[in-house]
Ligand binder design. Structure first.
Ligand code: BTN
Length: 324
C-alpha cells in the first residue's frame, strides 16, 4: 500500500465513528480532493468498506482482516513494541528481514509482520506453516542490555506474555511446554523462535519470532501437523480478531520486558511456572546428542530446564524436544 493511502487509512481509523471530510484529509496531507478520492477508491479495491456520508465525509465501515500498520497503530498504546512496523503481504520469513533491520540499527520494539510466510522457520531447523491471513507471523526486535547467556529467559518472558494475551482475548489459557510451545488441549497453537545478535559479553538484539495459529481450520494444516497443531479458532469455535490479539501481544511483551528490566527474571519465572505443563511430570528430553528421561523439577534463574533422573542426578537442559 502506498504511503499516502496508508496515511488516509490511519485518519479514517482514528476518526472512529465520526465521518472525516475529503477537504480535511486533503488539507492535512497537502493533496487535492481528487487525489483523496483516488486513494479512497484504492482502499475500497483493497477490501476496506468506506461509506460516503452526505455533506460530512468518509467513514470506515468495515475494516479488512489485515494486520496493516495503520490499523495496528490505532489499537496500540505501547511506547516501544510495535511503534515501528515493517509490514508485508508475503515474505519468505520475517526472521531474516528482522535480522537485517536489527543489523541496520532498528530501534527497540521494531516489528516485522507478514500476512504469509513462504519459508517460515521453526526451532531446530524445522519449517513453520504460515497460511496467508490466518495467523500472526511476526518478529520483534528487542534490545535489552543483558549478557548473551541470559537471552533464553526472553523466550520464557515471551511465552508468558503471549499466554496472557491469548487468555484475555479468547478466555482460554494455554499451557506452556518448555521452553516455548503454547498448547491448548495438548496441541500446539503458538511457537516462539528466539535468535540473537550478540558480542561476547553483550546482546545487541534479540529477534523474537512469534507464530500464533489464529484462524486456521484443520484443513489449513499440512497432514503431518493435523494431529499435533491447533488454532485458536479450532479451540474456541469462532474467528478471533487478529488485530486485537496482535495489539495485546505488543502490550504484554512491553509490560513483561519492563518488569524483567525492573525486577529481574524472578517474577516472570513464577508466572511461567504457573502456566507450565512440563514441571512435576515425568518427561523425555530428546537432544541432538541423546536423550534423558526423568522428572522435570524446575527451571533455573537462566531459564534452563532441570530434569532429575532415577539415580537422583540433576541435569540442566538448554535445548531439546520434550515428550510427556
Ligand atoms: C517453533 O518451532 O515452535 C518456533 C516457531 C516460530 C515461528 C515464527 S513465525 C514468525 C517468525 N518467522 C519465522 O520464520 N519463524 C518465526
Amino acid at each position: 500500500m502506498n504511503s499516502l493511502t496508508s496515511e488516509i487509512l490511519k485518519q479514517l481509523v482514528n476518526s472512529g465513528n465520526e465521518p472525516i471530510s475529503g477537504q480535511q484529509i486533503a488539507d492535512q496531507l497537502k493533496i487535492s480532493r481528487t487525489a483523496v478520492w483516488k486513494h479512497i477508491k484504492q482502499l475500497e479495491d483493497d477490501g476496506y468498506e468506506i461509506i460516503s456520508v452526505k455533506k460530512k465525509g468518509y467513514l470506515l465501515h468495515k475494516r479488512m482482516d489485515s494486520l496493516h500498520p495503520a490499523m495496528l497503530d490505532s489499537m496500540t498504546s505501547t511506547e516501544r513494541v510495535g511503534r515501528k512496523i515493517h509490514y508485508f503481504d508475503s515474505c519468505p520469513t520475517t526472521q531474516s528481514i528482522a535480522h537485517e533491520e536489527a543489523a541496520n540499527g532498528a530501534v527497540d520494539g521494531t516489528v516485522v509482520i507478514s500476512e504469509e510466510q513462504t519459508a517460515g522457520k521453526g526451532r531446530l531447523a524445522r519449517n513453520w506453516s504460515s497460511t496467508k491471513g490466518k495467523g500472526i507471523w511476526m518478529s520483534i526486535i528487542l534490545r535489552p542490555d543483558i549478557p548473551p547467556q541470559l537471552a533464553p529467559q526472553f523466550t520464557l518472558v515471551a511465552a508468558v506474555a503471549i499466554t496472557r494475551a491469548i487468555a484475555d482475548e479468547t478466555g482460554v489459557t494455554p499451557s506452556i511446554k518448555w521452553p516455548n510451545d503454547l498448547l491448548i488441549n495438548g496441541r500446539k497453537c503458538t511457537g516462539i523462535l528466539t535468535e540473537l545478535q550478540a558480542e561476547a559479553d553483550r546482546v545487541q538484539s534479540i529477534i523474537l519470532g512469534i507464530g500464533v495459529n489464529v484462524n486456521q481450520t484443520t484443513e489449513d494444516f499440512p497432514d503431518e501437523l493435523k494431529s499435533i497443531a491447533t488454532s485458536l479458532k479450532i479451540e474456541i469455535g469462532n474467528d478471533v480478531d487478529r488485530l486485537v490479539l496482535t495489539a495485546k501481544i505488543f502490550e504484554y511483551i512491553e509490560k513483561y520486558t519492563d518488569l524483567y528490566i525492573e525486577q529481574g527474571f524472578r517474577p516472570l519465572k513464577i508466572l511461567w511456572e504457573s502456566y507450565s505443563d512440563t514441571l512435576g511430570k515425568r518427561i523425555r528430553a530428546s537432544m541432538v546428542n541423546g536423550e534423558i528421561i526423568g522428572k522435570a523439577i524446575g527451571i533455573t534463574e537462566e531459564g534452563v530446564l532441570q530434569i532429575q533422573t532415577d539415580d537422583g542426578k540433576i541435569h540442566g537442559i538448554y535445548s531439546a524436544d520434550i515428550f510427556i
